[in-house]
Design a protein around this ligand. Structure first.
Ligand code: MD6
Ligand code: FE
Length: 216
């Protein structure tokens, strides 16, 4: 495990179960923070955050960008993974070493050995932004887990069942928390209600979420 962490000292935090095959690793990303934020800056200089439009024509309140071999995009024609950024026509920035190291270490910590993501969707929430209940089902191989990293302002995570109408539980997501999610709960409905206003000491007035997937 240490090799995956590049020698950075790491104190494992608590594991909080979210559902079958889904766990929240409290503070797991904290040792990676400086490298994550530096890499993020370089990514958004190449592929800026933008408010994508859903197939129904609404601009999303969450701003998004991607890195990796494929990026998740939505427009009037639907949701998909695309190897190119539609804004620039260029391929997405590569997955930075620190992103890969964190995703692999978190997946292994949760019991998913040998997870190598090929896509990272980066979500930026400003106060008031929200993500309504949805399933992540645009990935080709649903056997891969998803690794989801929270940075900046705290948020509430709504985690439901396999049917939209199933009851939903709420979990706090704080700076440095990592959710790893796969197996029987891979297609559970989930969402993030409207972000509360506040100021985070390293990110200011926003929350950033990195979700790593095996998309291709
Ligand atoms: C977010 N996360 O935390 C939104 N999806 O901002 C997601 O939609 C998500 O955290 C799949 C698996 C983990 C996630
Ligand atoms: Fe999701």
């Amino acid at each position: 495990m240490m090799d995956l962490l590049d020698g950075i000292p790491h104190t494992p935090g608590t594991h909080e179960p979210l559902g079958t095959g889904a766990v929240l690793l409290r503070g797991f990303a904290l040792p990676f923070e400086p490298r994550l934020l530096a890499a993020l800056q370089a990514i958004v200089a190449e592929a800026p955050f933008r408010h994508m439009v859903t197939p129904s024509g609404h601009a999303m309140s969450v701003a998004m960008t991607n890195c990796g071999a494929a990026g998740w995009v939505t427009d009037r024609t639907g949701y998909r993974y695309d190897t190119r950024d539609p804004l620039s026509g260029r391929t997405w920035p590569a997955l930075p070493e620190a992103f890969l190291a964190l995703a692999r270490a978190a997946a292994a910590e949760a019991g998913y050995e040998d997870f190598t993501p090929d896509a990272c969707l980066i979500n930026r929430y400003e106060p008031g932004a929200r993500l309504s209940l949805h399933q992540d089902r645009d990935e080709r191989n649903l056997a891969h887990p998803i690794v989801s990293v929270s940075l900046g302002l705290p948020a509430t995570f709504q985690f439901g069942g396999l049917k939209r109408a199933d009851p939903v539980r709420r979990h706090a997501l704080r700076h440095g928390d990592v959710a790893v999610w796969g197996g029987p709960s891979r297609l559970c409905f989930h969402g993030v209600p409207s972000l509360k206003d506040g100021t985070h000491e390293s990110l200011g007035r926003m929350r950033i979420n990195l979700t790593f997937r095996g998309a291709l």
